[in-house]
Structures are given as structure tokens and as C-alpha cells.
Write a protein that binds this ligand. Structure first.
Ligand SMILES: CC(C)(COP(=O)(O)OP(=O)(O)OC[C@H]1O[C@@H](n2cnc3c(N)ncnc32)[C@H](O)[C@@H]1OP(=O)(O)O)[C@@H](O)C(=O)NCCC(=O)NCCS
Length: 140
């Protein structure tokens, strides 16, 4: 699939394991990595926005009912605000709908107010304030 962003045609494709280090890099430069989390592998589906060999951004969903989870989304910091994120999210929504998943939820941390506003601008409803929790099962 191809999409036009800021005068460029970006390819949107599914990620493969060879892409995981680029995905980790995008998370690191966007301050999304959580201490103690194992980022060795990422479960599909993950969509990438690519300009040739360059990975400009990604979105990951965890599939399920009653809702899927948009677990991560990050764009190369040099290309924020060029509609790459909204194009990726739109592509993921098409994939979800095509597989019969009709609702997604996502967590946005409190200090990312611009992301909260953006998500609402894209049509998602805020469910309220909250905290995120993590438990590493291998430690127990
Ligand atoms: C959040 C992020 C994924 C958004 O991707 P992006 O490509 O920069 O965003 P886009 O350019 O696609 O945003 C487009 C839309 O958001 C709107 N928007 C931008 N800033 C906004 C704001 N502060 N309030 C409301 N809407 C806003 C734009 O008007 C545009 O809508 P339009 O196309 O209808 O005009 C990206 O900035 C990012 O990687 N941020 C750091 C990582 C992160 O915070 N990830 C989410 C963790 S929960």
C-alpha cells in the first residue's frame, strides 16, 4: 500500500523481524522505552511507513475482542506533524476492520498532552484518567 505524505509517496507495509531494531530505535528516540521491559520481539500486526529502506514510523496493534489495543505508535522525530502517524493509524484501522475487529483502545501517558488532543482529533473518545502498570512474569 502507498500513501502520499508531504509530497513523498510512502510505502505502508507489514513489519518482519529484521525491522525490530528500527522499531526499537523509533521507540528510544521518542522516549517510549520502559525500564525493565523486554523489547526483543514484537508481535504482529505492525505496520511500517517506509521511504525506500528508511523506516519513518510504525504502529502496532494487539488484536482481540471486545477491543483491540493500539499498543505503540511512533514516528521519526524529524518527520512529526507530516500526517505519517494519522496515515499509519488509518491503515491499521482498515486492517482491523477487515479482520472483524471494530473497536480499539490505547493508553496515552499524562505528560503527552499533544498526543491526547491528537487522538481525540482523530475521533477517539477519552475514557478517563488512569495509570499504566507492568508486571514481568519471569521475576515471580
Ligand atoms: C503522536 C505521533 C505518533 C503523531 O504522528 P504524526 O505523524 O506526528 O502526527 P500527524 O501529523 O499524523 O497528526 C495529524 C493530525 O493531528 C492533528 N494535530 C496535531 N497536533 C494536534 C494537537 N495538539 N491537537 C489536536 N490535533 C492535533 C493535525 O491537525 C492533524 O490532523 P488533520 O490531518 O485532520 O489536520 C508522533 O508525533 C509521535 O511519534 N510522537 C512521539 C511518540 C508518541 O508520543 N507516541 C504515542 C505514545 S502513546
Amino acid at each position: 500500500m502507498a500513501t502520499d505524505v508531504a509530497g513523498k509517496t510512502l510505502e505502508i507495509r507489514l513489519a518482519v523481524p529484521e525491522d525490530f531494531s528500527a522499531i526499537r530505535g523509533l521507540m528510544a528516540t521518542n522516549a517510549l522505552l520502559v525500564d525493565g521491559m523486554d523489547y526483543a520481539t514484537f508481535t504482529p500486526p505492525i505496520l511500517l511507513a517506509c521511504d525506500g529502506d528508511r523506516i519513518m514510523g510504525f504502529v502496532q496493534a494487539i488484536l482481540g475482542k471486545p477491543y483491540s489495543v493500539i499498543s505503540e505508535v511512533a514516528i521519526d522525530r524529524a518527520y512529526h506533524n507530516q500526517r505519517i502517524g494519522s496515515q499509519l493509524l488509518h491503515a491499521m484501522e482498515c486492517l482491523l476492520k477487515g479482520m472483524g475487529y471494530t473497536t480499539w483502545i490505547g493508553f496515552v501517558s499524562g505528560h503527552r498532552e499533544n498526543v491526547q488532543e491528537r487522538v481525540e482529533h482523530l475521533g477517539a473518545r477519552c475514557l478517563g484518567e488512569g495509570r499504566a502498570y507492568m508486571k514481568v512474569l519471569s521475576e515471580y
